[in-house]
Design a protein around this ligand. Sequence first.
Ligand code: KG4
Ligand code: ZN
Length: 330
Amino acid sequence: MILGIESSCDDTAAAVLRGREILSNVVSSQTDLHAAFGGVVPEIAARAHVEKLDLCVEQALAEAGVTLAEVDVIAVTAGPGLIGGVMAGVMCAKGLALATGTPLIGVNHLAGHALTPRLTDGVEFPYLMLLVSGGHCQFLRVDGPDRFTRLGGTIDDAPGEAFDKVAKLLGLPQPGGPAVEAEARSGDPTAFAFPRPLLDRPGYDLSFSGLKTAVLRARDQSLVDGALPRATRADICASFQAAVAATLAEKSRRALAVCPDATCFAVAGGVAANEAIRAALEPITDRAFLAPPLRLCTDNAAMIAWAGSELFAAGHRDGMDLAPRPRWPL
Ligand code: KG4
Ligand code: ZN
């Protein structure tokens, strides 16, 4: 029985797993608190985590029908992320571990995302993972719960960040990913010829900041009496999304080619919730393509509990000196 705790960005989350069975998966989003600022404000996020952590843990235990005394391992995100939030989560987990004598494990948030296909589908190592979120974008070869090889990734913005900035440019709400995807449904993906960055260069690196600039230019050139027509906005969203999907698909094809022994190609992270991107990635592989259900793609504590249980099985333990880490490459 594993209790997982996550608070590295703007979601406070707690979950209880029994083996691979998700007994509860509570996520309390702070989106409303940050909406007026157009992005996550670290100080506000940290305070909200402090307020919500206890309640989320209580709710996760109650929904699972489990008492704290029945928990065998406490797993908590120890980084990377906004340091105030990570500290709040680690302190909460340490308090619970100290009070109950339960073993504590600090989990890398990225490992949580990267190990999700093992939670949902029990896939075998090694596999290729494309991790695409608001803060990260990388190809990882996964050989074990603590064995990751980074093949390449973004050299500037993460795709989720690009979705969020494009939403802001077009007057759509945050988080931008779901808003841009919804708008794109009524748009024409071929209306604007946005760049496919770095496709002319070998390797697996990606770049999204130029795409964002191209969207800004398209918006400014499409204004009619100072306003962007609704249909044009949808076309920009669809064309932007198509450019991201095409770039990710081509780089994924190249990364797969150097992992001939990979049992599958899996995606994770918030951007993996995007259906157009999933549709572009699925046909590129002759191996199994795995995209976790949406609630396990975006930030959640079930993935942290799962990664904690894998690390526990591999012999990992942390003590009261577990340190929150704002940066923590895999
Ligand atoms: O993994 P995540 O919940 O948090 C981290 O960044 O770790 O990812 C959040 C990011 C945000 O940038 C959000 O706009 C993006 O994922 N996102 C999406 C979609 N849903 C969430 N991007 C594109 N399409 C979506 N449907
Ligand atoms: Zn994440």
